[in-house]
Ligand binder design. Structure first.
Ligand code: SAH
Length: 402
């Protein structure tokens, strides 16, 4: 069995653009990804571009055999199965959904392995914890003598100004966890405290950077829950330690950002767009629909700091919200909204918020929509890297550090 000093042989399932692989890289552990598997050719091109040496298979996971898995002699499985069957706003077809089939296949294989992996980490959406598929997963883990710990965590808890609450499970065979296991946790064990701060991004600018002209409008906007200068999750927990978004935004000219301006057909949704400014400490979760849609798909950046433009837009919004009236919005209203210069976050900015390293890049031929799609499916690299470290941490590691 692998200990933290051996090279950990990893199988990355549903590898997408390699969020798990980047998390391994950040974890500082010695590892080898012996195979990464995904059926999406666009994601695979991006994966191969970033990890050209890695063995990447473009096949359905339901076609893997027990003997093939056994021959790989893997120590760790990292996986993020498709989440659509479990999303809270979706149909929640759970194990009835065809997209869960390949994961159920993996669960069927696990008890048949002669060399089951010592470690498993799975990521999925919030909602998975109450699914039948999760019950199936737990009973398989118990049958195979794994201990496990489940989590519901958001990057906001790690100082990253992006809301993305996700379900995670860590499972471990033969070895005990270095912390007391419990029911689903919404925090990390004390042991992980030292790893929490994300190293790669620069520190947050001071509050004095908020332009005077905007201070006046902060509170009235916040009243509608649209603009927040404090990080707050869906349940109202406040995370004051978050960096400001400015640490993640690109420096660009007007021309550079013109490709990302929100088109008029989406500006009609003005009152429901989550608008953020660079000094805010939160943006909403980016989904794979981002770029084609905005409502519920991710936040928009307001580029204008012009007080008059903001006041006019604020009045428009107050009317629309309080009078419940936005029928008959025409050119005049649109021109008020256009003055805010609302834009999408760029794919680079989303990759930074997901804590991909600056070395991450896309092949030249990838379109902007393809980038949004694959990033929306991916995960927060920093959060997963901490969980990987917790997973392999042994009680001996802990006592040798104390
Ligand atoms: N963690 C990944 C994203 C996971 S999203 C990242 O960081 O990018 C789920 C992935 O599962 C998608 O990329 C999808 O193409 C892949 N997938 C879905 N069904 C599959 C199947 N049956 N076999 C292989 N890959 C599958």
């Amino acid at each position: 069995m692998a200990s933290t000093v051996d090279v950990i042989r990893v199988l990355e399932l549903y590898s997408g653009i390699g969020g798990m692989h980047f998390a391994l890289l950040e974890s500082g552990l010695k590892y080898e990804v012996v195979a990464a598997i995904d059926i999406n050719p666009v994601a695979n091109k991006i994966y191969a571009h970033n990890f050209p040496q890695c063995k990447l298979l473009e096949i359905g996971i339901e076609t893997l055999t027990v003997s093939w898995l056994d021959d790989l002699r893997i120590d760790m499985i990292l996986m993020s199965p498709p989440c659509q069957p479990f999303t809270r706003v979706g149909k929640k077809r759970d194990c009835e959904d065809g997209r869960t089939r390949s994961f159920l296949h993996i669960l069927n294989c696990l008890p048949k392995l002669n060399n089951p992996p010592s470690y498993i980490l799975l990521e999925n959406v919030r909602g998975f914890e109450v699914s039948k598929t999760r019950e199936w997963l737990i009973s398989t883990l118990e049958e195979c003598n794994y201990q496990y710990q489940e989590f519901l965590l958001t990057p906001l808890q790690f100082g990253i100004p992006n809301s993305r609450c996700r379900y995670y499970i860590l499972a471990k065979r033969a070895e005990k966890f270095a912390f007391q296991t419990d029911s689903v946790r919404a925090d990390l064990p004390y042991l992980a405290t030292d790893w929490l701060v994300h190293k790669e991004t620069s520190s947050a600018p001071l509050k004095s950077e908020i332009p005077e002209s905007l201070q006046l409008f902060l509170n009235p906007w916040a009243k509608y829950g649209q603009i927040m200068h404090q990080a707050e999750d869906e349940e109202g927990h406040i995370y004051p330690g978050c960096k400001t978004l400015s640490a993640f935004l690109e420096d660009g000219t007007v021309e550079y950002f013109s490709e990302f301006l929100i088109p008029d057909k989406l500006l009609h949704l003005f009152i429901v767009i989550d608008i953020v400014l660079p000094f805010h400490r939160k943006c909403s979760c980016f989904t794979k629909r981002y770029g084609r849609f905005i409502q519920g798909a991710g936040s928009a950046v307001q580029m204008s700091y012009d007080a008059e433009a903001l006041e006019a837009a604020y009045n428009l919004k107050t009317n629309a919200v309080e009078m419940k009236n936005r029928s008959g919005w025409g050119d005049e209203e649109l021109s008020v909204i256009r003055k805010l210069k609302l834009r999408f976050f760029t794919p680079t900015e989303i990759a930074r918020l997901l804590c991909f390293p600056e070395s991450f890049s896309f092949p030249e031929a990838t379109t902007t929509h393809q980038k949004y799609r694959v990033l929306g499916n991916s995960l927060n690299v920093h959060v997963v890297s901490i969980l990987i470290r917790l997973l392999v941490l042994t009680t001996t590691d802990v006592s040798s550090h104390s």
